[in-house]
Design a protein around this ligand. Structure first.
Ligand SMILES: C[S@@+](CC[C@H](N)C(=O)[O-])C[C@H]1O[C@@H](n2cnc3c(N)ncnc32)[C@H](O)[C@@H]1O
Length: 192
């Protein structure tokens, strides 16, 4: 099977790109292809908000979660400074009331695979969690909330997250150097 066939077999739209494709261009394309503005976003690992910087701010309502308050490139409407895992538990336990959203976004910090294990990216990670956090637990929190809300998940990660049926979108972007790939995906249903 060719590389294209291997990556794309479970996706309706699939693109393989060289290093250099900008995250905000991919995010813009995914959001405008599948969602009708105004788009209500819950981003569990908000960072500076660069994902949204080439979208017209007026068509987005952003609820952002991050352990750290970074210098924002795009200002969210609401910001929760806490771990994604804690936020998700609070929404499910109803101690945080979340308004209507259209899509959940997650982009956990991760580092190159070391002997087959995904490492937490300590450069991007918040200081208190640098050595205790695990990117898979952030992904699991994202899967928990999309399953509980019945909403789509858009992710950027070092692997494809399997949907129950075909993903609506997968992009594979080569990372500079020898660090592997980033995958952008959009799932509307999930494997149990
Ligand atoms: C790869 S960056 C996200 C970049 C973001 N997509 C953007 O557009 O700027 C990962 C972010 O996850 C945050 N983070 C790390 N651990 C977290 C956790 N447990 N819960 C929520 N955010 C976390 C980091 O502070 C960092 O801002």
């Amino acid at each position: 099977m060719s590389k294209q066939e291997t990556v794309c077999k479970n996706a309706e739209n699939c693109f393989l790109a060289k290093h250099g494709t900008k995250s905000w261009d991919i995010v813009k394309r995914i959001l405008l292809t599948f969602f009708k503005p105004p788009i209500r976003i819950l981003d569990l690992t908000y960072g500076t908000g660069r994902f949204y910087k080439s979208l017209d701010r007026s068509i987005l309502t952003i609820t952002a979660v991050d352990v750290e308050k970074h210098k924002w490139e795009v200002e969210p409407n609401v910001f929760y400074q806490m771990r994604a895992q804690e936020f998700v538990n609070k929404v499910i336990g109803k101690s945080i009331e979340l308004g209507e959203i259209d899509v959940v976004v997650v982009d956990p910090p991760w580092d190159a695979l070391k002997r087959g294990k995904i490492k937490y990216n300590i450069r991007l990670a918040a200081r208190p969690y640098r050595f205790s956090e695990n990117p898979e637990s952030i992904i699991n929190a994202a899967l928990l909330i999309v399953k509980s809300l019945g909403k789509p998940l858009m992710y950027k990660y070092m692997r494809v997250i399997e949907c129950k049926h075909k993903a609506l979108w997968i992009s594979e972007i080569k990372i500079f150097g020898n660090k592997g790939y980033n995958y952008y995906g959009l799932c509307v249903d999930w494997k149990e």
